[in-house]
Write a protein that binds this ligand. Structure first.
Ligand code: G1P
Length: 291
């Protein structure tokens, strides 16, 4: 069995939900407290044993490349001022093997993954979408890699969502629970069904472990929902020649793709951050008393 060493992070979206902030700035650079959202995603990949990460980006995304590059002027300044903790934080992000591919004409998530075909080659790999932060004792990406070690086949992460929200996600039609701790064999995968057509409330939540055969399926995939090449459709085809399993996530998920989710996540992370937690807690109590 080949080791899982590579990850794809698609980041070519326009970020229209966060305009005007995203007019000139990549939405992946918006911070949760003091750290850009994409850095949390990259850290999850690294904590799961991933060695090489490719970001598929688009226009206005230069700031992402700069963030993971060295910045000698800043580093020298921090060194001179003896701000060694900050220096460590800044340097950590430059030690990661990051690669960038530009998707010039975005045609959907499936198309973004296909642009990384040559980078991935003939190996299993993971995909991490940036709209969700996941927290658990074992990082979710690592949980998927462990599933791959059990089955040798593709697995994606799912979570039960309220029925009226299924149309925002890819949804699975589970065939059977093959492991009591939440591993499903799947009949089919459907992209953003209407609630009345949804085969279940188990939604795909943006972490995938895929075998390289997915690229052959993506090459054959016609535009689907919204006129875009959908990864979910290619996964559904792959499931006809190999199994694609669904792994139920039991940890905490923070939706940072919507304004309200982004604000809530900032508050929750702020209540855990050593530099802000006490003052923020006091402030929220004071504010709540006034509401
Ligand atoms: C994408 C996928 C969808 C998945 C979702 C998870 O949709 O197409 O299957 O459930 O991510 O966040 P998007 O949110 O990019 O519209």
């Amino acid at each position: 069995m080949k080791p899982v060493r590579k990850a794809i992070i698609p980041a070519a979206g326009l970020g229209t939900r966060f305009l005007p902030a995203t007019k000139a700035l990549a939405k992946e650079m918006l911070p949760i407290v003091d750290t850009p959202t994409i850095e949390y995603i990259v850290r999850e990949a690294i904590a799961s044993g991933i060695e090489d990460i490719v970001v598929v980006d688009g226009k206005s995304k230069r700031s992402i490349e700069d963030h993971f590059d060295s910045n000698p002027e800043l580093e020298n300044n921090l060194r001179e001022k003896n701000k060694l903790e900050l220096l460590k934080v800044v340097e950590e992000t430059t030690d990661i093997n990051m690669y960038f591919i530009r998707q010039s004409h975005p045609k959907g998530l499936g198309d973004a993954i296909l642009t990384a075909k040559d980078f991935i080659g003939d190996e299993p790999f993971v995909v991490l979408l940036g709209d969700d932060l996941m927290q658990d004792e074992v990082p979710l990406t690592k949980q998927l890699i462990e599933r791959y070690h059990e089955t040798g086949e593709s697995t994606l992460a799912v979570l039960e969502v309220p029925h009226d929200q299924v149309s925002e996600y890819g949804v699975i039609d589970p065939a059977a629970k093959v492991k009591e701790d939440g591993l499903y064999r799947v009949k089919s995968f459907v992209e953003k069904p209407q609630p009345e057509d949804a085969p279940s409330d188990l939604a795909i939540i943006g972490r995938y472990l895929l075998t390289p055969e997915i690229f052959e399926e993506l090459e054959q995939t016609k535009p689907g929902k919204g006129g875009e090449i959908q990864l979910t459709d290619a996964i559904d085809s792959l499931n006809n020649r190999q199994h694609v399993y669904a792994h139920e996530f039991k940890g905490d998920r923070y939706d940072i793709g919507s304004k309200i989710g982004f604000l809530e996540t900032n508050i929750e992370f702020g209540l855990k951050h050593p530099q802000t937690k006490d003052q923020l807690r006091a402030y929220i109590k004071e504010l709540a008393a006034k509401l």
